[in-house]
Ligand binder design. Structure first.
Ligand code: NDP
Ligand code: 2IT
Length: 446
């Protein structure tokens, strides 16, 4: 490891003990940025890297609520307000039992670069709770969301901090959170994105992350004269991002053959077509069941407690969670002929997996570029809320598509090496950094 990166990481680890995912995310960025900063000393003198890795504010709070039996439950709520140099804090809320400070800080850190790449005026933030929505009734989820917002409302606002969804937070949760915010503040504002279409939401926001990651895959493939047409695509996850990635891959002529949840994955060699996707959507969004039921319904194979990376594919789209592709799985993907990885999830590839992809010189689109379509469309929702005018489906989708192409161009601009290889990690990290860093310098030591 570059000794300058090593020294920087020793400081980060000492300051943030035990926050492994945060260390991992910062190290990846430091490896891209430290050489760049050496060549651009103004960023070094202003200590931008040291400042950008320190949240502007972290908020931790108690979330008490009553379950259906009348018993008191206590969860922990968080909001990390990471960086506001180029706009209000912006980023999702995650409800999952694994949520802790290290995970949310990694997500908030990534969000700063991602939001900058979208070209829209959004700073970075992330929040959530160790609350587990699985197995909870709608009423329990509502009481939890109301209690969570009863504290969070004093820290957020349409011009301050604008949360949205992430794992475990979809349309249902955003509705309950928005209702409580409105009640507490007596204000109908764009304080959350991912709202329902009848009450301030944007068309295409539900689709945006999956569509965007697929558009990004197509852009990467086009640099090698390829396209998604006729490609076999391995997808993990069966939630929001995975569902709309499956839809868009199919629309663009590819064949999505896998889908998973935390219990296992299904392999459908004929491809998950529109009808089968409708089944997954009903299963996951309404019945809140398990992906195993797909195998039972369509008579395909189900692999208990396994991830889909052993299935032969041309393109892989990890759309579930962090560190879901390890080094060995990456080797298997490459060995089986995978030429492109587009990360719909945040940091789904471990550092070992990333090394395998880069050494094999395949097309590797890191999450902060590939999945930026979700937050970009949140930015478009904020614009529509400010104007109090909604845009059509086509208008939003065209804007999303243009943004994804521009992010790809930014990665090419900052990530192309002397031999012509595009390192999208360097491209996204440096491309996302410059605007935030310049804004921080302009705004003084704050
Ligand atoms: P959902 O909650 O809708 O779906 C999450 C999916 O991932 C489910 O299939 C879930 O399975 C699976 N999953 C979650 N945790 C794990 C785990 N520890 N191990 C294995 N599988 C797991 O979330 P999203 O689709 O919104 O988010 C997926 C990823 O995309 C996350 O990394 C998120 O940060 C990222 N992302 C989301 C955006 C958005 O707009 N929603 C935007 C950009 C990135 P199960 O049901 O069993 O838990
Ligand atoms: O990781 C992400 O970019 C998201 N979960 C979406 C954030 C947002 O504000 O739309």
């Amino acid at each position: 490891m570059d000794p300058r990166v090593q020294q920087f990481m020793a400081m980060i680890k000492a300051k943030n003990p035990g926050e492994n995912e945060f260390h991992q995310a910062v190290q990846e960025v430091a490896e891209s940025l430290i050489p760049f900063i050496e060549d651009n000393p103004k960023y070094k003198h202003a200590k931008i890297l040291e400042r950008i890795a320190e949240p502007e504010r972290t908020i931790i709070f108690r979330v008490p609520w009553l379950d259906d039996k009348g018993e008191i439950q206590i969860n922990r709520g968080f909001r990390i307000e990471m960086n506001s140099a180029i706009g209000p804090y912006k980023g999702g809320l995650r409800f999952h039992p694994t949520v802790n400070m290290g995970i949310l800080k990694f997500l908030a850190f990534e969000q700063v670069f991602k939001n900058s790449l979208t070209t829209l005026p959004m700073g970075g933030g992330k929040g959530g709770s160790d609350f587990d929505p699985k197995g909870k009734s709608d009423n329990e989820v509502m009481r939890f969301c109301q209690s969570f917002m009863t504290e969070l409302f004093r820290h957020i606002g349409a011009d301050t901090d604008v949360p949205a969804g992430d794992i475990g937070v979809g349309g249902r949760e955003i509705g309950f959170l928005f209702g409580q915010y409105k009640r507490l503040k007596n204000e109908f504002t764009g304080v959350l994105t991912g709202k329902g279409i009848e009450w301030g939401g944007s068309l295409i926001r539900p689709e945006a992350t999956g569509y965007g990651a697929t558009y990004f895959a197509q852009e990467m493939l086009s640099t090698r004269g390829e396209s998604l047409k006729g490609k076999t695509v391995c997808i993990s996850g069966s939630g929001n991002v995975a569902q709309y990635a499956i839809e868009k891959v199919t629309d663009m002529g590819g064949k999505a053959v896998t889908s998973s949840d935390s219990d296992g994955f299904i392999y459908d060699p004929k491809g998950i077509d529109k009808d089968k996707l409708a089944f997954i959507m009903e299963l996951k969004n309404v019945k809140r069941g398990r992906i195993k039921e797909y195998a039972e319904k369509y008579g395909v194979e189900y692999f208990e407690a396994k991830r889909p990376w052993g299935i032969k594919c041309d393109v892989a789209m990890p759309n579930a969670t962090q560190n879901e592709i390890n080094g060995d799985e990456a080797k298997t993907l490459v060995k089986n002929g995978c030429i492109c990885v587009s990360e719909g999830a945040n940091m789904p590839s471990t550092p070992e997996a990333v090394e395998v992809f880069i050494n094999a010189a395949i097309l590797f689109g890191p999450g902060k570029a590939a999945n930026a379509g979700g937050v970009a469309t949140s930015g478009l929702e904020m614009t529509q809320n400010s104007m109090r005018l909604p845009w059509s489906r086509t208008e939003v989708d065209e804007k999303l598509h243009t943004i994804m192409k521009n992010i790809h161009s930014t990665c090419v601009k900052y990530g192309t090496k002397e031999n012509g290889f595009i390192n999208y990690i360097d491209g996204a990290n440096i491309g996302g950094f410059v605007k935030v860093a310049n804004a921080m310098i302009a705004q003084g030591v704050v």
